[in-house]
Design a protein around this ligand. Structure first.
Ligand code: FAD
Length: 459
């Protein structure tokens, strides 16, 4: 691949920064990734990623992208203790959405892979692969202080400060990528340079998480993943995921300010409102391995860099800095990986007009994911926001589709692939799916009629 410059600098060494660095390493002589945390050699929680203590689902679209960027890495993660959900049989997944258990017994028409592990375990595997690339260096323990621009139309570096000594240095760069998460400072920097801030779309969801790592006695649970979403008359839900080395992570979630409790009895009581019997049995038998961690997530935020009329050269924004999704839909890491694939395609056509091309191309998968997540949020009456006719119609159709997916494996598969960012949402409007949704009620297997006998009337 043609070299586009001497040095690229990535700000932030979490998932978005690491996958961006992987791509940039093919186009720049050297890549420096600046991170304020001291990065561990082993899987470990770290301060800059407090969300790592909560369930982190990797969607199938994201695992395909990671497999493209780091061939064989996810299989290595499974060999090291993670889990692979079988390609065509997701019968070990129990997913209750809109109050319906999806029929995932398969066999699926097309294989779809699911990988399960804790967030620090996955991130450590990605980091190890990035570290192994000779032209990438991780400058950890350093704060990003400010972006540098000798002329207003081009960013040409970044000032960083050693967190230990407070000494600062300037890193000159042909390209700087902001992957500092939802607190990323690019909007303020643009303003200081005389540009507009990007327009923001925001949905206030007030999600509260309470999570704990558990040990569950072997044989208690056949499932590897149980996920129950909120419904209009109950804005709470939760998930129980198998993680590496026979551990499990439980996350309880409440929307619109419904906080899950953090004591054991309270958590079990909270889960009892929605959890299916196998999840309850597992929680009763579980042994806690950590304290309970909380996380409060106020609002999903999308910054419309794709709509900016002027943007300096030499700068890109990716990951949560560009769009931070309500975590209950598990989209953030997968979108970051898909953006990295988009970045590669854009760089392979050179660096001219890069920002405009990258933001435009990323907007497509981002819009699909945003539309699904915001639609599901706005289906809950507790979430504030404007419900356009399109949103209301889409939500009405989704309710019927999820009801159909309870018995119809083809509909369940189609929905699963869209939710996992493998297929576009328009897949759910194809005639075969529309007709299955329309006729689902009629096609439902009849409930066996129990003959009324003398005994049954007296039972
Ligand atoms: C509670 C919760 C649960 C989630 N669950 C899921 C899930 O199930 N599935 C999923 O795909 N996604 C999930 N996400 C989203 C996911 O964590 C992010 O989308 C993903 O980490 C990618 O984000 P990022 O790399 O852009 O930013 P972040 O992960 O926020 O990382 C930003 C990085 O930048 C560093 N940094 C910040 N400021 C500076 C600075 N000034 N100087 C130097 N370094 C700096 C930070 O230390 C950090 O390493 C969840 C998020 C939350 C909050």
């Amino acid at each position: 691949m043609a070299l586009l410059g001497e040095r690229a600098v990535v700000l932030g060494a979490s998932m978005a920064g690491l996958v961006a660095a992987r791509v940039l390493a093919d186009f720049y002589d050297s890549v420096v990734v600046v991170e304020r945390d001291v990065l561990p050699d082993m899987p470990a929680q770290r301060r800059g990623v407090p969300q790592g203590r909560h369930v982190h689902g990797l969607l199938a679209g994201g695992s395909c992208a990671l497999n493209t960027l780091f061939p064989g890495m996810l299989d290595e993660m499974v060999a090291a203790g993670g889990h692979l959900l079988d390609d065509c049989d997701l019968s070990r997944v129990l997913m209750r959405l809109g109050g319906h258990d999806l029929n995932l017994a398969g066999p699926f028409g097309k294989p779809i892979s699911g990988y399960l592990a804790s967030r620090p375990f996955l991130e450590a595997h990605v980091r190890q692969r990035v570290r192994s690339l000779g032209n990438i260096s991780l400058l950890d323990g350093h704060d990003v202080v400010e972006l540098l621009a000798a002329k207003k139309d081009r960013v040409d570096g970044v000032r960083v400060a050693d967190r230990g000594t407070r000494c600062d240095q300037e890193l000159r760069a042909d390209l700087v990528v902001d992957a500092m998460g939802r607190g990323g400072r690019t909007p303020a920097f643009l303003e200081a340079l005389g540009y507009a801030r990007p327009a923001e779309e925001r949905i206030t969801v007030e999600v509260a998480y309470a999570s704990q790592l558990l040990r569950i006695p072997a044989g208690t649970l056949a499932e590897k993943l149980i996920l129950v979403g909120a419904v209009p008359d109950r804005p709470t839900g939760g998930a129980l995921f198998a993680c590496e080395h026979q551990t499990w992570i439980l996350t309880l979630a409440g929307l619109a300010g419904n906080e899950p409790p953090t004591d054991r009895a309270g958590m079990i009581g909270f889960a009892a409102e929605f959890a299916p019997p196998p999840m309850m049995a597992a929680l009763q038998a579980a042994e806690p391995l950590t304290e309970v961690s909380r996380y409060r997530y106020p609002a999903s935020v999308r910054r419309r860099y794709d709509r900016m009329l002027r943007f300096p050269a030499g700068l890109l924004v990716c990951g949560d800095s560009m769009c931070s999704f309500n975590p209950v839909y598990g989209q953030g890491m997968s979108i970051a990986a898909l953006e990295a694939i988009t970045l590669r395609a854009c760089l392979s056509r050179g660096s001219d007009d890069l920002a405009r091309r990258f933001f435009k191309a990323s907007a497509k998968p981002l819009s699909a994911a945003w539309q699904m997540a915001s639609g599901a949020d706005l289906a809950l009456p507790q979430v504030q926001g404007r419900r356009s006719i399109q949103t209301r119609l889409a939500n009405r159709y989704t309710r019927r589709l999820l009801a159909a997916a309870e018995s119809d494996g083809v509909v369940a598969e189609a929905f699963f692939r869209v939710m996992h960012l493998v297929d576009p949402p328009s897949r759910l409007l194809r005639p075969d799916i529309l007709s299955r949704v329309a006729t689902a009620e009629r096609r439902k297997p009849a409930v066996p009629v129990v003959p009324v006998t003398e005994e049954s009337t007296h039972a």
